[in-house]
Design a binder for this molecule. Structure first.
Ligand code: GLU
Length: 509
């Protein structure tokens, strides 16, 4: 590629950024970095009615958390700003005028009520999808159907108007999409979309192409839902005599259980986050975010990278740097990518396992109510991380490292606490008490010697031992747990526990 690659992520601040939006941003980012280009964040807020307070900050914070920060754009500055469309309002006008002057667009005076009436009439005649287009425009109130004098009179009277594209009749609009190949649409299937609203604000279509041109965007990489708009955009570039950018429309992200597009409601229904960060609506309703649910941003980004793109082999774990190196739009598929919440957890597990015990300890501290020695917490993390998906699992499943044992696993009490277990525990406790250097090896040696001497299998002693020291039926190696907890705790838990479990057993029966 000879010219400098410039791509943009252009969300509308209509609410929190959906994970599909984050994937679009990610692919743009990866493509830009791979080609030594620029990644720009542009806020498309021309739809005043759908504007949501706080959404822009949310978008910026989400990208920051994911580590896919723009090097130019809203909140970042740059030479081609401003990067928020409402601040560029006056900039679009001359282009709309140019389109009208050159006959590619026209002025329409129809009021919303009149348009509604038209639609209603058409519906009654059995035409449910009435459109303002090459067939109907001659019977509407616009600069093509009215006389020049009438148009001037209306304009002089300050009547409000829209600017509409004059969609040509029966022409094929063709463009090449990097992911989909050649796309051809006949203009008879397209309507005369509004380019400038009566308020003077451009619509998404006009603002989008003007900004892509002025910001020197080379590649438009966006979601499939924008594919139907692409022919109009291509036509506008041609009408204005501008070079078209290259297009790449990304496949949809499908919900886990069906063919529909992944939506906010699927997250609520199936219990997984759809948003990168928590979002609280103006009504006080909270939508959960990956960050607050305990995901590593790297795991979230890694998972997203594979929703539509594939590296061409079975590899799945990629750092951001590796993704930059390996990513290509040619390896993005056309068909929808199914989101898998379990796989997302799996990614988090992989990242948790590969994080150092010391780093995990720092993260775990924020989930602990008391301050513990960092070396101790790191040791616990090292022991627990193989079985954990989230950092909070370490604290919850390993609560016996941080608190006295309060509860004993009911099933283990019922099944493994036999009549002779109290006696066995008593004997084991005596042996353990004799150990001077209470380390893993010594504990294991004493435990094994005890089994051997009495000709006991592990199953006769192990579960009761674990139950007394941890309250659980499962967990990491008991010898490591005991060495980490220290002799005093192990001995006192065994001593106090025997009677408590006996009582539990008695009440359970
Ligand atoms: N503002 C559009 C959106 O909210 C952007 C579409 C595009 O990238 O052209 O997704």
């Amino acid at each position: 590629m000879s010219e400098k690659v410039r791509v943009r992520f252009a969300p509308s601040p209509t609410g929190p950024l959906h994970m599909g939006g984050v994937r679009t941003a990610l692919y743009n980012y990866l493509f830009a970095k791979k080609h030594g280009g620029d990644f720009i964040l542009r806020i498309e807020d021309t739809d005043e009615k759908r504007f949501v307070e706080g959404a822009q900050e949310y978008i910026i914070n989400s990208l920051k958390w994911c580590g896919i920060e723009p090097n130019e754009g809203a909140g970042y500055g740059g030479e081609k700003g401003p990067y928020v469309q409402s601040e560029r309002r006056d900039l679009y006008k001359p282009f709309a005028e140019k389109l009208v002057e050159s006959g590619h667009a026209y002025i329409a005076f129809d009021t919303p009520e009149e348009l509604e009436q038209m639609r209603e009439q058409a519906k009654q005649m059995g035409l449910p999808n009435w459109q303002y287009n090459g067939v109907t425009r001659s019977s509407m109130k616009n600069s093509l159907s009215l006389s020049k004098e009438e148009v001037e009179k209306r304009l002089a009277a300050g009547e409000s108007y829209s600017v509409r594209i004059k969609m040509p009749r029966n022409e094929d609009i063709k463009f090449q999409d990097i992911i989909r190949g050649w796309v051809t649409v006949n203009t008879n299937n397209l309507d005369d979309k509004i380019l400038v609203k009566p308020s003077g604000m451009p619509t998404y279509h006009l603002a989008n192409i003007v900004d892509d041109h002025l910001m020197e965007i080379t590649h438009v990489i966006r979601g499939e839902e924008w594919l139907p708009s692409a022919p109009l955009h291509v036509l506008l570039y041609d009408c204005l005599g501008w070079e078209r950018p290259k297009f790449a429309h990304l496949p949809l992200i499908l919900r886990p259980d069906g063919n529909g597009k992944l939506s906010k409601r699927d997250g609520d229904r199936l219990g997984f986050p759809v948003f990168p960060l928590n979002w609280v609506t103006s009504e006080g309703e909270t939508y959960s975010g990956y960050k607050e649910a305990g995901y590593f941003p790297q795991a979230f980004v890694n998972m997203l990278s594979l929703l539509g793109w594939n590296p061409g082999n079975n590899e799945e774990i990629f750092s951001l740097e590796e993704l930059i190196e390996k990513f290509s739009l040619e390896r993005v598929g056309k068909s929808g990518a199914r989101f898998d919440p379990d796989k997302t957890k799996w990614f988090n597990q992989q990242y948790l396992r590969s994080t150092s015990d010391e780093e995990l300890a720092q993260m775990a501290q924020s989930h602990l109510t008391e301050d513990f020695n960092t070396t101790y917490v790191a040791k616990v993390c090292g022991l627990m991380k193989e079985r954990a998906t989230f950092i909070q699992d370490i604290v919850i499943d390993g609560d016996y490292f941080f608190n006295d044992v309060q509860d004993y696993d009911e099933k283990t009490v019922r099944k493994k606490w036999k009549d002779d277990t109290p006696q066995i525990m008593q004997e084991l406790l005596v042996e353990l008490e004799k150990i001077e250097d209470f380390n893993q090896q010594n504990i294991e040696a004493v435990f094994s010697a005890y089994l051997e001497k009495n000709e006991y299998g592990f199953g006769k002693v192990g579960p009761g031992f674990r139950l007394l020291v941890t309250g659980k039926g499962m967990g990491p190696s008991m010898f490591e747990i005991c060495a980490t907890l220290g002799k005093d705790k192990v001995i006192s838990r065994m001593k106090e526990g025997i009677e408590k479990v006996n009582q539990l057993k008695a009440t359970a029966e």
